[in-house]
Design a protein around this ligand. Structure first.
Ligand SMILES: C[S@@+](CC[C@H](N)C(=O)[O-])C[C@H]1O[C@@H](n2cnc3c(N)ncnc32)[C@H](O)[C@@H]1O
Length: 270
């Protein structure tokens, strides 16, 4: 195994967000440490799987909306996660095969799986960039010019369930601003973000008490803080919502608000 081998960078003894999320979604690309961390959080907040599943469905609905109704053909999907059903390029290219997607994640295991599985339609393109959202300039440099994305045309920047892994508010805001400022008018920003705004008081208390397991890598933000990421953008209806209430599919199951710990919204670059 050489130092260039991505497998040599994978530490299965420590829980990683992508693999823990895969566990909550019912996937198989996770290890004992990820499952232990996922179970510990679920013990404190029993609705975490529902929230993860609803977040994933929000991502699919948003991508479908952006391609069908907003005419978007390019996506910068930062914090890709492990490939599962309904990945961004699959949803987008099902509607318009020419869609181009640049996937970005900082987890080497995601990189290994993504390179193998996130393969494009013949008419479109997918690319995978190993980078950190805290270094948005490096992300932009890797995607253009001459790369997967043409930044002279609208792009949808997807930051779906990733900004809560950035504890420093200023760093998270700067990352969003740098990415959005590089996009032409008619581009979009999509953010979903973990919150404890809607949780039952006993869950909030349990999360505070169980800080060592639940808050170690996740920064919960309030509605006002998440709205701040969209500063200067025109919010797409229905604005920032808990993810299950953002343009739900007809006949979608109604879930109590306190079962949901993720906000989601879409803003348009004016
Ligand atoms: C909860 S998953 C979300 C996956 C997908 N966006 C979704 O919502 O279904 C979060 C992803 O963000 C990635 N991630 C966490 N911190 C990151 C960072 N600083 N830079 C880039 N990716 C990061 C993790 O590796 C993981 O794949």
């Amino acid at each position: 195994m050489t130092s260039n081998d991505p497998f040599s960078l994978i530490d299965t003894s420590v829980a990683h967000p992508a693999r823990r999320y895969d566990y909550w979604l019912g996937g198989k690309d996770n290890f004992a440490a990820d499952r232990a961390s996922g179970d510990a959080i679920e013990k404190i907040y029993p609705h975490i799987r529902t929230s993860a599943q609803q977040n994933r469905q929000f991502l699919r609905r948003v991508v479908r909306y952006l391609v069908t109704e907003a005419g978007i053909r390019q996506f910068l999907d930062v914090g890709t996660g492990l490939p599962t059903a309904g990945n961004t390029h699959e949803v987008a290219q099902e509607v318009a095969a020419e869609c181009r997607i640049a996937y970005v994640d900082n987890d080497p295991l995601v990189m290994v799986h993504a390179r193998a599985l996130l393969t494009s339609s013949a008419q479109g393109k997918t690319d995978y960039i190993e980078a950190d959202v805290r270094e948005p300039r490096a992300i932009l440099a890797s995607t253009a010019p001459g790369g997967t994305l043409d930044l002279t045309q609208p792009v949808a920047v997807l930051l779906v369930a990733v900004l809560h892994f950035i504890p420093d508010d200023a760093v998270a805001e700067a990352a969003v601003k740098t990415l959005v400022n590089a996009m032409v008018p008619g581009s979009y920003l999509v953010v979903s973000h973990a919150t404890d705004d809607l949780m039952a008081p006993d869950s909030v208390q349990a999360l505070a008490d169980g800080g060592h397991v639940s808050r170690a890598d996740t920064t919960l933000r309030s509605r006002k803080q998440v709205e701040g990421f969209f500063a200067g953008l025109d919010m797409v209806e229905p604005g920032l919502q808990i993810v299950s209430k953002w343009r739900p599919d007809p006949g979608a199951e109604h879930l109590p608000d306190e079962h949901m710990s993720v906000y989601g919204g879409v803003g348009r670059v004016p």
